[in-house]
Design a protein around this ligand. Structure first.
Ligand SMILES: Nc1ncnc2c1ncn2[C@@H]1O[C@H](COP(=O)(O)OP(=O)(O)OP(=O)(O)O)[C@@H](O)[C@H]1O
Ligand SMILES: [Mg+2]
Length: 486
């Protein structure tokens, strides 16, 4: 290569470097080991409002301090010192007060340049990252806000991606579903959906194909699956959002079990009230004719000599007394309970009941066992009506044990109630029937009225207590009565 050409090539590449040096949008400064400025680019000069002559040969920290940022040469935080020590690229980000309200954050990268035989030089490239940093801070704040909202709402919020994998599972979701976040994140949503809904992924696939937001934003009534395997009613609202082609579906889920139960109870008590009125009326109409039939039958029986006719009259009298019991039960069921309250010891109420029941069922086929807590305090209650409740439950237990067995009664104190459990070893109650046992006239017994439990329910309700049953068909049933301690 001749000298001229070489010269031209060098000139061209110098020019290229110069253009690059000045055209770049970041501040560039070249310093020697003492911090003395050897060169700066146009952006640097513009930023500092200085001419090149005023900068060259000055110390970097002097020039920096003109813009309000004080650098200490020799300090730990000086990028030049660190680059000198390590001989490697150093990057620092620092805030600079430029006088109220201006504040600038600079990212500074210092490179050592190795040039043999010459004093070492360092290039510093600085970039204003104020806006970028502010954006990150804003993003973090808004993410924090979003997280706080997500974790304080009482509705479960669950998001899935288009692969059906769970990506968001807030605190309420953990509480409602019984899973911890770690147990569900990145797992398939199907684990929260009862199997009767079939392949739920179908819905996501269908949506991705036609992008039809028909059900988006609507409230759906469905059931969901807890970790325990229990299904429960929910109301669910769906939304989706798309970002860079990625779709996220978010469901806001409300557990409506308590609400549904309340609705059911309300419906039941409305139905009970309506049934009660009609039944009370009919019972009232039957009462007098029954008395007349019973009274005259007794009179006729006394004057009868024909045995066959007397037996028929006995049957009439049996049915009459059964109907009288029904009328009395209906009276018990339809009347409004006003309790005759006094302070009483539930253990002695139970002991009285056991004495009576032991007298009635004395054949030895049935045994009674009691395990009564010694620390029960007296409570305000109507002991006579409670006796009726316990007798109804025990009679049912005996009826359920045709071949004999044991009735076990326990009492127990919990924080704010007394719990009485009455268990039998009888036939048990199947899942369908147990939903109806407290409804009036529900009976599975030939000669039952289906009123014993509804009456008991009303009495316990009047005490502000609770009554429920738990049964294993074929093994036995336990009735639990909880009475408040006030
Ligand atoms: N301990 C029990 N074991 C099995 N089934 C029970 C038991 N207790 C109640 N049941 C079921 O609940 C139904 C309703 O009971 P409830 O006491 O209200 O009426 P009943 O016993 O049939 O008639 P009655 O009005 O004479 O008491 C019963 O017919 C029976 O099917
Ligand atoms: Mg009964």
């Amino acid at each position: 290569m001749d000298e001229n050409r070489q010269d031209r090539t060098i000139k061209a590449s110098n020019l290229f470097l110069e253009v690059l040096f000045d055209g770049i949008s970041e501040q560039i400064m070249v310093v020697d080991e003492t911090g003395s400025i050897q060169d700066v680019n146009k952006v640097f000069l513009d930023e500092h409002g200085l001419k090149k002559e005023a900068v060259l040969g000055r110390k970097c920290f002097e020039i920096r301090s003109l813009r309000g940022s004080h650098c200490d040469l020799g300090s730990e935080r000086c990028p030049l010192e660190r680059a000198k020590k390590t001989g490697e690229r150093v990057e620092i980000t620092r805030g600079h007060e430029l006088g109220e309200p201006e504040f600038m954050e600079l990212s500074r990268i210092m490179y050592p340049i190795a040039a043999e035989g010459k004093p070492r030089l360092f290039v510093e490239i600085s970039r204003d990252v104020t806006e970028y940093r502010n954006l990150i801070r804003k993003l973090k704040t808004s993410e924090k806000k979003f997280r706080t909202i997500l974790d304080t709402v009482t509705d479960a919020i669950i998001s899935i991606n288009s692969d059906h994998k769970i990506v968001v599972f807030n605190n309420a979701a953990q509480q409602i579903f019984g899973y911890s976040r770690e147990e569900v994140l990145q797992k398939d949503l199907n684990m929260l959906i009862p199997s009767q809904y079939g392949d739920h992924y179908r819905f996501v696939r269908g949506f991705l194909e036609i992008k039809d937001p028909k059900i988006m934003g609507k409230s759906l009534s469905l059931t969901a699956l807890k970790k325990s395997g229990e299904e429960f009613p929910i109301e669910l609202g769906l939304s989706y959002h798309e970002m860079d082609g990625d779709i996220t579906f978010t469901a806001i889920i409300r557990d409506v079990s308590a609400q549904r139960q309340l609705e059911k109870k309300l419906l039941q008590s409305e139905r009970l009230a309506a049934v009660g009125q009609t039944v009370a009326h009919v019972a009232h109409e039957i009462k007098n004719p029954l008395m007349i039939i019973g009274g005259f039958s007794h009179q006729i029986k006394d004057s009868l000599v024909d045995d066959k006719a007397a037996r028929k009259l006995d049957m009439i009298l049996d049915e009459v007394s059964r109907l009288e019991r029904l009328v009395a039960s209906i009276g018990d069921f339809t009347k409004v309970y006003s309790l005759v309250e006094r302070s009483a010891d539930i253990n002695s109420v139970i002991q009285d009941v056991l004495k009576i029941m032991g007298g009635i069922y004395s054949s030895g086929k049935h045994a009674f066992k009691a395990s009564l807590a010694s620390d029960l305090e007296e409570i305000n209650c109507d002991p006579d009506k409670l006796k009726q409740v316990f007798m109804n439950i025990i009679t049912n237990g005996i009826d359920a044990m045709e071949d004999g067995g044991t009735i076990t009664i326990t009492t127990q104190k919990s924080s704010n109630s007394i719990e009485i459990r009455i268990s039998d070893e009888g036939v048990g109650i199947n899942e369908e029937d147990i939903l109806h046992i407290f409804e009036p006239f529900f009976t599975t017994r030939d000669r039952g009225f289906g009123l014993g439990l509804p009456i008991s329910y009303k009495i316990v309700e009047a005490h502000n207590g609770e009554i429920f049953a738990d049964s294993v068909p074929g093994q036995g049933t336990t009735f639990v009565v909880k009475l408040p301690v006030v």
